[in-house]
Design a protein around this ligand. Structure first.
Ligand code: GUN
Length: 299
């Protein structure tokens, strides 16, 4: 048996199409254009690529895209003042400050300065608290994308045994909260978990978000389990060519032989993250205007 490959690229395209339909309807019926502001401080190459892709896909969905690129030496007070201006700008429905920030800017302080209603990353403590208490929140994009794929594949997740490997605020913790909200039995494991393989083998749903290339081998996967690989790690090729390739946190070739379904890297979770950012921006826009929320774009 080999696993079903869950095509995140195709699924993300369907989410983006849904977003574009909602954006067109908002324009036509309300005269509203959802707007997303992305703030990049410094010149981290990976962040520059993300920000470029976000701007491109935002525009393709018919939304307004506002990019603010600040010098790496920007003082924290200046960044906070920009966040304040974006909070007050009615054309901006979503604000994303790209992380990591340079050392002079306190990421927690900056994130918590964003209006919770515009916090399309879902990182503000208010949104974290709302998600943790099962209330309506803006949900972090990567775990939201994972949950959309899991629901699409399984339908009802109730009663399933879920193991999330990784305890970050961006993925591991909100993923666990979302799965709990689906009535899964949830374990959060991490790099220090004792007998990690044993814990992983319990999972009907195994979410890998540790950031360590190919750390989870196939023999940690229960036969028939669904594996969601959040890792995006660049490693050298074995052929000595000096070229690199992308791998996940799961050893794909051994896991695909055991799992029931698996997300590949690239082409799995990755494309869903930006699609969910666009979805969150539309959701935030509808909430800001007191309009009914589009179905299927959030949880
Ligand atoms: N840097 C890496 N991933 C993310 C993300 O999802 N949001 C933000 N703001 N920064 C990031």
């Amino acid at each position: 048996m080999t696993a079903t490959i869950i095509d995140g690229k195709a699924f993300a395209a369907t989410v983006r199409t849904r977003v574009a339909e909602e954006v067109a309807a908002l324009k036509e019926t309300q005269g509203i254009v959802p707007g997303l502001a992305v703030v990049l401080v410094g010149e981290d190459p990976a962040s520059q690529v993300y920000v470029r892709n976000k701007g491109k896909q935002t525009a393709e969905a018919g939304m307004a895209s506002f990019e603010h690129k600040l010098d790496a030496a920007t003082p924290e007070a200046e960044l906070l003042a920009l966040v304040d201006r974006l909070n007050a700008d009615p054309a901006v429905h979503g604000i994303l400050v790209q992380l990591p920030l340079p050392p002079q800017c306190d990421a927690d302080k900056v994130i918590n300065r964003i209006s919770p209603a515009k916090d399309v990353d879902g990182f503000h403590i208010s949104n974290v608290g709302l998600l943790g208490t099962g209330q309506k929140a803006l949900v972090p994009c990567t775990p939201l994308g994972c949950l959309m794929m899991l629901r699409d594949h399984h339908g009802d997740l109730s009663g399933m045994e879920a193991v999330v490997v990784g305890r970050s605020n961006i993925v591991g913790k909100p993923m666990a909260q979302l799965l709990l909200g689906e009535s899964c039995t949830v374990t959060i494991a991490h790099s220090r978990t004792r007998d990690l393989g044993e814990v992983c083998r319990r999972a009907d749903i195994l979410v890998a978000a540790v950031g360590r290339p190919e750390m989870i081998p196939g023999d940690w996967v229960k036969r028939g389990a669904t594996v969601v690989d959040v890792g995006i790690n660049r490693v050298g090729r074995a052929d000595g060519s000096g070229k690199t390739r992308l791998v996940g946190d799961v050893h794909f070739d051994s896991a695909v032989a055991v799992a029931g379904a698996i997300t590949p890297v690239p082409g799995g979770v990755g494309p869903m993250t930006i699609a969910c950012l666009l979805a969150n921006t539309v959701t935030a826009c509808c909430r800001a205007h007191g309009l009914p929320e589009p179905q299927g774009l959030t949880v």
